[in-house]
Each structure stands twice: as structure tokens, then as C-alpha cells.
Design a protein around this ligand. Structure first.
Ligand code: ZN
Length: 191
């Protein structure tokens, strides 16, 4: 790929790749670890290479950057407009900026196209996983600020436990998962 980006654009790209402070994915991993959850990272055998795989919960977690994955973008079916407000020749789709995904005005068609492709690939991956019985959880970068992370992860925890419940209810009704937890104390034994 030829480098047609201005220094400002290059800086933007690099800052989005490396992020500021702790990587969002790392925050999720740390939270899960501190709360006793086990997981694997970037498992290649699972479709779409999710960031975090929790086999026991049949759950794949994607931690998405708001810019690259176009969080809350509203796509305009009318197509991309050029700077003068007219249609561009290629008829690319346009998206209005969202609070956490601000697409640069310069080279806008390029960015819009890139983000759209990412979104389409994401959806394909999520669908394959769902078709194979996986629960897919998408966590957005903006949901992991110090203010929001606890609330976000509590919701994730709820989804994990619901999935676990549904898995065990289906296969072995009325029993608890005991393989990894060790045998449960049985009330009958104390009699
Ligand atoms: Zn966001």
C-alpha cells in the first residue's frame, strides 16, 4: 500500500493502533482474571479469532476499538457526499460521525470504506460463531472507561452465567457443573 497519508493522518492511525493508556482488551482480561474467570486468548481454531475465548461458557468475547469497528455509526444509504455536499463518483456509503467514532474529513471515503469492511467482516465472524452455538459478546472501548468498566463487566458476568446455566440445563438437568469445581458437598452424607 502506498503511503498517501499526511503526517497528521499517520499519527491518527498510530494512536488508534496503540491506544492511550491500558489496551482495552487488557482491561477486560484483568477484570476477568481478578474475578476468577479462566480464558484463552486469540484461539485460532475458533472462527474469527476472538480476543478472548471462554470455552466453559461457550463464549467468545471481542473487544472492539470504537474507531476501527465504527461504533454507533449511522450509515447513510444515500451514499458518500464530497466536500461540496455532492455525491462522489464511486457512490461509497457515508456514515455520520458518532460520539466515539469520528472519521477524518480528509480522505473520508478511504476511512469510511475501511471501517465498513471491518464491520462486514465482524458480522460474518459473529454469525459463524453463533451458528456453531457460541455466545458472542462485543465489548466496546468506550464501555471500559474507569467510570463504566464495572457496570460493563457486571453485564458480561451476567451473560456468562446465563450461558453456563443454559448449557448445563440442556445436558444434565438439575445438576451443577462440578468437573472443574470439585465435588459439591452433599447434604445426605451428613445424616
Ligand atoms: Zn464507542
Amino acid at each position: 500500500m502506498t503511503d498517501r497519508l499526511t503526517p497528521e493522518q499517520r499519527h491518527l492511525v498510530m494512536s488508534h493502533i496503540h491506544g492511550k493508556g491500558t489496551k482495552p482488551e487488557l482491561k477486560v482480561r484483568q477484570w476477568l482474571w481478578h474475578h476468577g474467570y479462566h480464558y484463552r486468548l486469540n484461539v485460532k481454531s475458533v472462527p474469527g479469532k476472538p480476543d478472548i475465548v471462554m470455552r466453559k461458557y461457550h463464549t467468545a468475547i471481542f473487544v472492539n476499538g470504537c474507531f476501527w469497528h465504527g461504533h454507533q455509526l449511522e450509515w447513510n444509504p444515500e451514499g458518500l457526499t464530497d466536500r461540496m455536499g455532492g455525491k462522489t463518483e464511486n457512490g461509497e456509503r457515508e456514515a455520520a460521525n458518532s460520539a466515539c467514532c469520528k472519521i477524518p474529513q480528509t480522505n473520508r471515503a478511504f476511512w469510511v470504506n475501511k471501517i465498513q469492511k471491518n464491520q462486514q467482516r465482524d458480522q460474518r465472524n459473529y454469525q459463524i460463531l453463533k451458528d456453531n452455538g457460541w455466545q458472542v459478546i462485543v465489548i466496546w472501548e468506550c464501555q471500559l472507561t474507569s467510570k463504566r468498566i464495572e457496570h460493563t463487566m457486571n453485564e458480561v458476568e451476567l451473560l456468562l452465567n446465563n450461558k453456563l446455566l443454559s448449557l448445563y440445563c440442556k445436558h444434565t438437568p438439575f445438576s451443577y457443573p462440578s468437573e472443574e469445581e470439585g465435588p459439591l458437598p452433599m447434604a445426605a452424607e451428613t445424616l
